[in-house]
Design a protein around this ligand. Structure first.
Ligand code: ZN
Length: 264
């Protein structure tokens, strides 16, 4: 909706923008697109490209960090470990990342911190391995909390949602599960139509629904196990990065990557 008055380059993936801006208000989105238009204008371009949007996302989405909120030391510590969990996986997995910045300063969007990868190249397709790696990255925060505190918080709910949606799409939309096969079971194609649920008839059996759910759970569990093993192999970095974050609140790619050398 907020892209309507700005000419967009064909390469701009609005679905991706919508995913990364989940939780933005209308005003946030408007702000994002205005920033992108300014960025295009600075470049003497008549249209907005993906790079403008990515840059503006960094500026608008996480630029509104709220230093004023008072956060307990315990919460800060949990956030530092949580974000480092994401960051370690971004760093180690080949098709995602590298880490651009890690912060434990709360954002205007209600997140306790964030881990930002470098803006991605515009790619036409997502591969299965990249999707699995993104699921692993999403689970990394929760895994770090579990390893360090033996307890888990509600802070990972959007990560879990993201991982689950990705796994479900792999199974129902992209035919990436051998057990389910190359069949579309995704009934969200027509989600733009209001009242869809009323007219909506299930296209497949409850038995198949059960199989799909099992397969989604299998993907998540498998990613969780693999991601946990990778974090456990890098406990020194997990501690060092979290301590650095607690000192500085925000660390750069260089600072983070140096920890892998120091703790090798
Ligand atoms: Zn997280």
């Amino acid at each position: 909706m907020h892209a309507r008055n700005k000419p967009l380059a064909d390469e701009v993936n609005l679905e991706h923008v919508a995913q990364t801006t989940a939780g933005f208000t209308g005003a946030d989105l408007e702000n994002l697109m205005n920033e992108a238009a300014i960025s295009a204008a600075k470049d003497n371009r008549a249209y907005v490209n993906q790079d403008d949007i990515t840059k503006s996302f960094i500026k608008v989405g996480i630029g509104t960090e709220k230093k004023s909120r008072i956060i307990s030391d315990k919460e800060k510590k949990i956030t530092a470990y949580h974000e480092t969990g994401h960051a370690i996986l971004f760093h180690l997995l080949p098709d995602v990342g590298p880490v651009y910045t890690i912060s434990i300063i709360p954002t205007g969007l209600g997140a306790a911190g964030y881990t930002m990868p470098l803006p991605e190249k515009d790619e036409m397709f997502m591969t299965k391995s990249k999707m699995l790696q993104e699921i692993m990255v999403s689970l990394g925060g929760r895994i770090a909390e579990e390893i360090i505190f033996g307890d888990i918080t509600t802070g990972a709910s959007s990560d879990i949602k993201k991982a689950t949606q990705m796994a479900r799409r792999m199974v129902t939309r992209y035919g990436m599960s051998e057990n389910i096969g190359v069949i579309n079971y995704d009934d969200d194609d027509d989600e733009v139509f209001i009242g869809r649920d009323l007219a909506h008839a299930k296209k497949y059996s409850e038995e198949m629904q059960g199989k799909i759910d099992e397969e989604v759970k299998f993907i998540i569990d498998d990613c969780y196990g693999k991601a946990k093993a990778m974090i456990l192999e890098n406990m020194d970095v997990l501690h060092a990065s979290s301590e650095l974050l607690l000192q500085k609140e925000k660390i750069t790619r260089e600072e983070f990557e140096a920890l892998f050398v120091q703790n090798a």
